[in-house]
Design a protein around this ligand. Structure first.
Ligand code: 1CP
Length: 354
């Protein structure tokens, strides 16, 4: 697919992805993949070395624009997702954030009222200026039918990294903090709700057509805690963003929320609900899709494995959601070892040409 700036470059998208978010269904579902830019692509590995750290890469509009566009050129996805990271928000609140190569993120852990008081009272949008420049550049380079998705982490998921200071397998430090210091956590969550509204609003201003809120660690919480730290802040974030930007198109992806998925879909106010890998498509077609358009939910490991099993499950997901609005996606991000040919196979299958 040709991706180039110039005359006729659109400021907003109006293709199948946007129509699906509006609740329409026409033919094959639109397709994009979480983490569609990244290490599984040889062209990404080639440009990754041009910036020193991962944050330098995210804050270089030329490189971040290129990384965002690479999967669109190769696969012609219906949406591009801004190349950045959820942890630029703690960075723009004044927390120290870095990425050691191969080790994941590293932050100065937030543990006390003193640590919280050292954060800025409001997001420093100036520190994020390169991100907004990337959004502008990408939007100007995309065809009109291709949407640009901006994003942020949900308050709980971002807080969990701010508290632990690193990746963990189960967000144990943040969950413990929630029990020991609920008032401090509430203040941090409130700060992140406001920061996220500012951040997403500015991404729309720069040209994003939709945004996705990633609550990747919602499922680490027991039900009552999830209601307080996961669902309530996301609902407030969406409400406050809509007060500023009534037409904002918003997808919520809350991972592993099991029994509270229906409550989320019914109350959070998002335009579409992301389904993770564990959700049964047949169940979701009956229970979630009548409430809101759905997005998902192929297992990224099956995409890595490939073969005929991949086709079978893609067909099953397509069939399950064929009766209503559906955006085809994975149930979580692409894994770095995924063969590019398997992604090509998936694209052909979803498009009905392979
Ligand atoms: O293509 C895209 O999807 C856009 C780029 C993108 C997005 C949407 C990146 C690039 N990160 C994210 C969001 C993000 N970052 C999430 C939410 C989605 C998810 O659950 O995967 C989370 C939890 C993070 C935090 C983060 N950043 C991690 C996970 C740590 C853990 O707990 O295991 C990691 C490894 C990063 C760094 C990162 N972000 C993105 C990339 C390509 C990388 C790897 C950088 C590198 O090591 O070179």
């Amino acid at each position: 697919m040709e991706v180039s700036p110039g005359p006729g470059a659109a400021q907003t998208a109006e293709g199948p992805f946007i129509q699906t978010l509006a609740g329409q269904r026409a033919g094959r579902p639109p397709l994009w993949l979480m983490r569609q830019a990244g290490r599984y692509l040889p062209e990404y590995r080639e440009i990754r070395g041009k910036a020193q750290s991962f944050l330098d890469f995210c804050f270089n509009p030329q490189l971040a624009t290129e990384a965002t566009l690479q999967p669109i050129r190769r696969f012609g996805f219906d949406a591009a997702i801004l190349f950045s990271d959820i942890l630029v928000v703690p960075y723009a609140l004044g927390q120290e954030v870095s990425f050691e190569s191969g080790e994941g993120p590293s932050l100065a852990p937030l543990q006390t009222a003193h640590d919280l008081a050292r954060l800025a009272a409001r997001l420093d949008l100036g520190r994020l200026a390169p991100v907004f420049e990337t959004v502008e550049r990408v939007r100007a380079s995309l065809p009109r039918a291709t949407a640009l998705i901006g994003f942020c982490g949900a308050p709980w998921t971002v807080a969990s990294y701010m508290i632990a200071g690193r990746a963990t397998s189960d967000q144990h430090p943040a969950r413990l903090f929630a029990y020991r210091e609920p008032e401090l956590l509430q203040r941090l969550i409130d700060l992140l709700v406001e920061a996220s509204v500012d951040y997403l609003d500015r991404q729309f201003e720069a040209g994003a057509d939709a945004v996705q809120i990633f609550d990747s660690w919602a499922g680490a919480l027991p039900a009552a805690e999830l209601a307080r730290w996961g669902l309530a802040p996301v609902t407030r974030l969406i409400r406050d963003l809509r007060l500023r930007r009534p037409g904002a198109r918003i997808i919520v992806f809350s991972r592993v929320v099991s029994s509270q998925l229906l409550e989320l879909a019914g109350t959070c106010g998002a335009d579409a609900i992301g389904l993770d890998t564990i959700v049964d498509p047949d169940w979701a077609a009956g229970a979630v899709q009548p409430i809101a358009p759905v997005q998902g939910n192929l297992d990224p490991l099956l995409l890595l494995a490939g073969g005929r099993g991949l086709d079978t499950v893609v067909d099953r997901i397509l069939a399950a959601f064929a009766g209503g609005p559906h955006i085809f996606n994975l149930g979580h991000g692409i894994l770095p070892d995924t063969p590019v040919e398997n992604v090509q196979q998936l694209v052909r299958r979803v498009r009905g040409s392979g």
